[in-house]
Design a protein around this ligand. Structure first.
Ligand code: A3P
Length: 310
């Protein structure tokens, strides 16, 4: 596998002082570790109809979506004082296909009964059984310009580079050229969007900004879609509101585990997944030219789709 990956087109991120290399596989870019696990999953992962796949490009609200869905699915098993979300990063509660070994996944699912799996792989590159099993897929997406800024800070901080050593202009240009983890981002969104039109019963698209603006109806829609609807009694008892409040940025980012922990004892700090969560933060970084270029490209790519990510 490693030898095959080394034959793929490569890109080393100069704005990250050459500390990260991405490889182009099946028309998207990814780091070697994600490709190794993801390709292995493509070859052997057997999805089941009861599985729920949480899909996203990085920095679009994955951590939030995982917390919300985990809280929905486990609400009878745990309450706010016992949920694993208090002691583990959401990414440890909902494993990602391209990092955990396939066998480990399948054992987790059997042992804990949790049907949740996450992935950043584009729709066209999902393991075939994810589509043939007809399992539920939820896809979250977000304003492109905020994703670019979020990605910049996440990568920069992951490699412990101060802003003066990591030029935003270069990070922007790279992303704009389509070279981003699991990108081009535009194609990632389009892939899931097209699939959701063809298979609306299996694929739900959620927009990060909509989830923020109207969390209640979006959470109910999400719970209905994945087959864990809230009962009238639950709604009256405030279960929906409690999940929204517990999974809010304010609450999650202040939990000790998310302020000081590291997932699986790895080197990335949990706090990197909780930065600002502000819509429109791009305005603090983009020049007028960057805005125009991005909007123009977005218009071209999304022409006729009805997708609004500006
Ligand atoms: P910012 O960098 O703009 O703050 P991902 O989870 O896909 O890696 O995306 C990370 C982005 O989601 C970060 O955005 C992060 O702050 C934001 N985020 C994390 N938890 C959130 C939550 N509970 N509610 C809203 N946004 C959240």
């Amino acid at each position: 596998m490693e030898e095959m990956i080394e034959t793929l087109p490569q890109h080393t991120c100069s704005w990250l002082k050459d500390k990260m290399t991405m490889y182009k596989y099946q028309d998207f870019w990814a780091i070697k570790r994600h490709l190794e696990g993801g390709i292995q999953a493509q070859q052997s992962f057997k999805a089941e109809p009861s599985d729920v796949f949480l899909c996203s490009a990085p920095k679009t609200g994955t951590t939030w979506l995982k917390s919300l869905v985990f809280a929905i699915v486990t609400r009878e098993k745990f309450d706010e004082s016992t949920t694993p979300l208090l002691t583990k990063l959401a990414h440890e509660c909902v494993p990602i296909l391209e990092i955990l070994q396939v066998k480990e996944h399948e054992n987790n699912r059997k042992n804990s009964g949790l049907p949740l799996v996450a992935t950043h792989f584009p729709y066209a590159s999902l393991p075939k059984s994810v589509i043939s099993s007809n399992c539920k897929i939820v896809y979250i997406y977000r304003n492109i310009k905020d994703v670019i800024v979020s990605n910049y800070h996440f990568r920069r901080e992951a490699f412990k580079l101060p802003m003066e050593d990591a030029p935003f202009e270069e990070a922007f240009e790279e992303f704009y050229q389509g070279i981003s983890n699991f990108g081009p981002y535009w194609d990632h969104v389009l892939g899931y969007w097209k699939a959701s039109l063809e298979r609306p019963d299996s694929i739900l698209l959620l927009k990060y900004e909509d989830l923020k603006r109207d969390p209640t109806s979006n959470l109910k829609r999400l719970a209905d879609f994945i087959g864990y609807p809230f009962s009238v009694d639950e709604e009256k008892a405030g279960v929906v509101d409690n999940i929204i409040r517990f999974c809010s940025f304010e609450n999650m980012s202040n939990l000790e585990v998310n302020k000081t922990g590291k997932p699986n004892g790895g080197s990335l700090e949990n706090r990197l997944y909780y930065r600002k969560a502000k819509d429109g933060d791009w305005k603090n970084y983009f020049t007028d030219e960057m805005k125009e270029k991005t909007d123009k490209l977005t218009d071209e790519k999304f022409n006729g789709t009805g997708l609004v990510l500006k």
